[in-house]
Design a protein around this ligand. Structure first.
Ligand code: FES
Length: 134
């Protein structure tokens, strides 16, 4: 379980989520003005590049910065404001707070904290963070 208060404002938290297609993908969570925002953890320049590699994405002035080529995505709506994919939007995942608990919507289901490992199984952070399953 992740509470709204667990979600950072100055960086991101990566979680694994079941998608509407019954696959597992990474979603990054962050907060802007206290509201939780959720986006797929994929740069829109090269979609195989993660914005959060498991230890929080770099953020500055309310924008997530891709470490690869420095694209900047506005947290409030996911718009790329600068960089090689300027004008692209991060795919947003609808999110709600149910009595302070973060709940993904529209067919997404939050599974656990941490990144998917390279084999697509488990999560990279299980050992270091305890890999909370939900
Ligand atoms: S892969 Fe993110 S800016 Fe190029």
């Amino acid at each position: 379980m992740i509470t709204v208060d667990d979600v950072p404002e100055d960086t991101t938290m990566v979680v694994q989520a079941e998608t509407p297609e019954d696959e597992v993908d990474e979603v990054l969570l962050t907060r802007v003005d206290g509201e939780v925002k959720a986006y797929l953890n994929r740069c829109q320049h090269w979609t195989d590049v993660r914005l959060d590699r498991g230890d929080g994405a770099e953020m500055r002035n309310g924008e997530i910065i891709c470490e690869k080529h420095a694209a900047m995505f506005r947290v409030s709506d996911g718009l790329c404001t600068h960089g090689p994919c300027e004008g692209a939007m991060l795919p947003e995942v609808s999110v709600a707070a149910d009595e302070g608990i973060v709940v993904l919507e529209n067919g997404y289901r939050l599974l656990r904290r941490g990144s998917i490992d390279e084999d697509g199984e488990g999560d990279l952070d299980r050992g270091s963070r305890g890999g909370d399953d939900f």
